[in-house]
Design a protein around this ligand. Structure first.
Ligand code: HEC
Length: 128
């Protein structure tokens, strides 16, 4: 009799534990995701953001957590004007003087890209 009672309690406790674990698991799975990092959301920024990726800027830089965190360009629009952004993006002017030749050459690919202006818009808008 005692044994049966104990077995019942054990079964009940096990069932409760399983239910509890399922509830916890479900709650974790459905936890609201952290909101996506606010993109530079002005119109046209998508083309710039895509250019930032397809021109390989993300190999060395990141914006908004996308790309190589070693050299963050977040807020670069606050520090550099459009001319400076253009120079650093295309490896010309001041950037050509300061960057190793190999990197300037790599950046030169952006000079003729049809999305260059959109990319500069995107950088210019990165204010924080
Ligand atoms: C092979 C690596 C490499 C690639 C690819 C690259 N850069 Fe750079 N970039 C650098 C280095 C190195 C510097 C100078 C040091 C620094 O600021 O990190 C720099 C500097 C910059 C700066 C000035 C940053 C500042 O804070 O003054 C900007 C803007 C910039 N790059 C934009 C771009 C864009 C846009 C692309 C894509 C078209 C790009 N870079 C691709 C290596 C790279």
């Amino acid at each position: 009799m005692l044994r049966q009672t104990r077995a019942k309690w054990l079964a009940l406790a096990t069932a409760l534990l399983v239910a509890l674990m399922a509830a916890v698991f479900a709650a974790l799975r459905n936890a609201p995701r952290a909101p996506e990092r606010a993109p530079a959301s002005a119109p046209g920024s998508d083309a710039g953001r895509r250019a930032f990726e397809h021109l390989g800027c993300t190999m060395c830089h990141s914006i908004g957590g996308v790309g190589n965190p070693a050299s963050r360009l977040d807020g670069v629009g606050k520090r550099l004007d459009r001319g400076e952004l253009r120079a650093w993006t295309t490896g010309t002017g001041i950037a050509a003087e300061r960057l190793p030749a190999g990197i300037s050459r790599r950046k030169a690919a952006a000079r003729d890209d049809p999305q260059l202006e959109a990319l500069l818009d995107y950088l210019e808008r990165s204010k924080q």
